[in-house]
Design a binder for this molecule. Structure first.
Ligand SMILES: [Cu+2]
Length: 471
């Protein structure tokens, strides 16, 4: 993750790239110029240059939308449009988003701010934006048909309300949302407290990202929008590991991570090496009496969670969804389980017909990460990501919390791999070994049946061979 340099690049392209075709010259003069971002890198926090000061958030593989102050009102300009999102190096998806990216830029304001958001629709169909979790006038809630007419293609609508409640929010369309959210339309919203709030602690690092999911066939570019459950790309901010940036912090920083879920299933988000408190939801800060330490917290569909912890253990700590199928990329789910199956004879016969035929999975799936299998162009490798000790055999919703003694305050750049102190890494043992204790007796049953017990049978387990020579 590059930080400062990118930020200046991003500040440099501020303004301009959107065509004025849909909006008249007069209207354009009244609109703040839309800021467009196309780099998938994590941008440095946007330090506010007007309005009340706050400690800004960092959006993983994303950015914060600059605003224009107009007579005390913070004005933002969102453009709904088709975008190309690099989901991982070498893998680009054709999505819909805002201002050049999916997800759209994070909006950061302060409790009590009056906010005016211009929304220009450059999609091929109508849209709207719902400001998830906000207290606002009913006509600003963004449900097309219910609260407002949908925004037609080529038109600009304006939303205006006061950010009344501090906290962690998101925005997304409420018009054809099945299509538009499956295509990547969503963004984060953070409202910072106006004055010191007893339930909101000051932190040194404040990260945010949205959980999203796509179903993109290997070799293609566009998500299948009809998919309900069987997605094959589980992403954070429309990025999949190894394309998700690490969360880089200084030793003993207090860290807040805000997560929102706009997928179709829940995600137990799990942090290694530390315990955290859930300090807030999209409903606001949690009362202190309800907080207890966790290392995993489930984020259900349409929910947001903010977690906080003291980063007091140096190292590279895994941070991921605990559903193991969500830390894989582009899986075919119709693959049978082959662990323990002996297909030596079958493989030989198939090899006579198809010389390149390979048997997969008889010793587990780890081989998949190492076998550089030929795959169609623009396909995410199923599980990759090289660590300092080899493949981490993960994809999807996975990243790393990097805690470093010498990370400078405010420096979000990637410090590289952790250098473990001598003698603190698990290693091969070659000394004498005692016979390990092993459970040997037969099992019983809690409620014995009156009939005769079944004839005992034993499944034959084939031990894996140490080489492929016998294939
Ligand atoms: Cu998950």
């Amino acid at each position: 993750m590059t930080s400062r340099r990118d930020f200046f690049k991003y500040a440099g392209i501020a303004g301009g790239a959107v065509a004025a075709s849909a909006v008249s010259r007069v209207a354009m003069a009244a609109l703040p110029e839309p800021v467009i971002q196309t780099s998938p890198n994590t941008m440095a926090p946007l330090v506010p240059n007007s309005g009340r000061a706050y400690n800004p958030v960092v959006t993983l593989n994303g950015w914060t939308l600059p605003w224009r102050m107009n007579q005390g009102v913070k004005e933002f300009h969102l453009v709904s449009e088709p975008v190309v999102r690099e989901m991982a190096p070498g893998f680009k998806a054709h999505l819909w988003g805002y201002n050049g990216q999916s997800p759209g830029p994070t909006i950061e304001v302060v409790e009590g701010d009056r906010v005016r958001i211009f929304v220009t629709n450059k999609l091929p169909e109508h849209t709207s934006i719902h400001w998830h979790g906000q207290r606002l006038p009913n006509g600003m809630d963004g449900v097309a048909g219910l609260n407002q007419p949908a925004i037609p293609t080529g038109k600009t609508f304006v939303y205006e309300f006061v950010a009344r409640r501090p906290g962690t929010f998101m925005y997304h369309p409420h018009a054809d949302e099945m299509t538009q959210m499956a295509m990547g339309m969503m963004g984060f919203w953070v409202t910072h407290p106006k004055v010191k709030n007893p339930l909101i602690d000051e932190v040194q690092r404040d990260f945010c990202f949205l959980l999203n999911a796509y179903d993109i066939d290997p070799g293609s570019y566009t998500p299948k929008i009809m998919t309900m459950l069987d997605f094959n790309l589980w992403s954070w901010n429309s990025r999949i590991f190894p394309g998700i940036d690490s969360l880089n912090v200084r030793l003993n920083d207090k860290v807040r991570i805000r997560v929102g879920n706009l997928t179709m299933t829940n995600h137990p988000i799990h942090l290694h090496g530390h315990e955290f408190l859930v300090t807030g939801t999209d409903g606001g800060p949690t009362p202190k009496s309800t907080r207890w330490y966790e290392v995993t917290t489930d984020v259900a569909v349409g929910q947001m969670r903010q977690i906080e912890f003291l980063a007091d253990e140096e190292g590279d700590w895994a941070f991921h969804c605990h559903k193991s199928h969500h830390t894989m990329n582009a899986m075919g789910h119709n693959v049978p389980t082959l662990i323990g199956v002996d297909h030596r004879g079958v493989a030989k016969k198939i090899n006579n017909l198809i010389p390149d035929y390979m048997v997969m999975g008889e010793r587990g799936m780890a081989d998949m990460a190492e076998m550089e299998m030929p795959i169609p162009d623009n396909t995410a490798p199923m599980m990759t990501g090289e660590g300092p000790f080899g493949s981490v055999e993960m994809g999807g919703m996975f990243s790393v919390l990097k805690v470093r003694r010498d990370q400078k305050p405010g420096d979000y750049s990637n410090p590289g791999w952790f250098k473990h102190p001598k003698g603190t890494v698990a290693h091969e043992y070659t000394g004498p070994l005692a016979e390990p204790a092993r459970f040997k007796s037969e099992g019983g049953q809690s409620m014995p049946r009156s009939q005769k017990p079944a004839i005992p049978t034993e499944v034959k387990v084939r031990k894996p061979s140490s080489s492929h020579d016998n294939h």
